[in-house]
Design a binder for this molecule. Structure first.
Ligand SMILES: O=C(O)C(=O)C[C@H](O)[C@H](O)COP(=O)(O)O
Length: 212
């Protein structure tokens, strides 16, 4: 029944999972270093850019102490590609039963995206208990997630989409929520201007404000 070995280790690595959009391979290492310096050692690198696969490989090789994963995994081919490049987990904005069956039992857990009770039930039926609630804010936010997980209690959730320091604790206070994902700790302008200290500060600030 358990489709996903190692998935709790990914969820428990950090209360904040940084969603990284890496356009230029040259920023991969300093960006990951800035996040590590701020106290985060788990990375979700989205497959939204051409540099993404190379960035996954480079970051995984350079920082063996980090847990490196891929985001925006839409197909079985992409799942296989990111694993071949060293990703230790994969996250999808949604899911297909094909994708869930493909990743089931493999060493790199897949975290499917859900935004409704039916989707949670379908993912559960295929053995997936660790889910991403996406797009979190646009789907009704913490209030909606609280309502959805009242009847479906045996799932662990990582909400992502529209989360910031201002609303992260609304989610983290829910029993089902282990971590939240987001890009707010690394603004695009800071990456482009290579302001790594700013990203480290934003990371530290967010971690300090996580409700205990
Ligand atoms: O690319 C993916 O795989 C996604 O599912 C989308 C990301 O999780 C969100 O875009 C992050 O949301 P923000 O923190 O609001 O930027």
């Amino acid at each position: 029944m358990i489709a996903q070995k190692n998935v709790s280790a990914v969820f428990e690595a950090s209360p904040i999972v940084p969603v990284m959009v890496i356009k230029d391979l040259a920023v991969a290492i300093p960006l990951a270093q800035a996040l590590l310096d701020g106290g985060i050692n788990v990375f979700e690198i989205t497959l939204r850019t051409e540099a993404a696969l190379d960035a996954i490989e480079k970051i995984a090789k350079t920082f063996p102490q980090a847990i490196v994963g891929a985001g925006t995994v839409l197909s079985t081919q992409q799942y296989d590609d990111v694993v071949a490049r060293g990703a230790q987990f994969a996250i999808s904005p949604g899911f297909t039963s094909n994708l869930l069956k493909h990743a089931s039992g493999q060493a790199a857990p897949l975290i499917p995206g859900v935004s409704s009770a039916s989707e949670m039930m379908q993912a559960r039926e295929l053995g997936y208990t660790h889910l991403k609630f996406f797009p979190a804010e646009a789907s009704g936010g913490a209030k909606a997630l609280k309502a959805l997980t009242a009847p479906i209690q045996d799932v662990k959730i990582c909400p992502t989409g529209g989360i910031s320091e201002a609303n992260m604790n609304d989610y983290l206070e829910l029993a089902s929520v282990v971590c939240v994902g987001g890009s707010w700790i690394m603004p695009e302008a800071a990456i482009e201007a290579k302001r790594w200290a700013e990203i480290t500060d934003l990371t530290k600030s967010a971690l300090e404000k996580v409700a205990s």
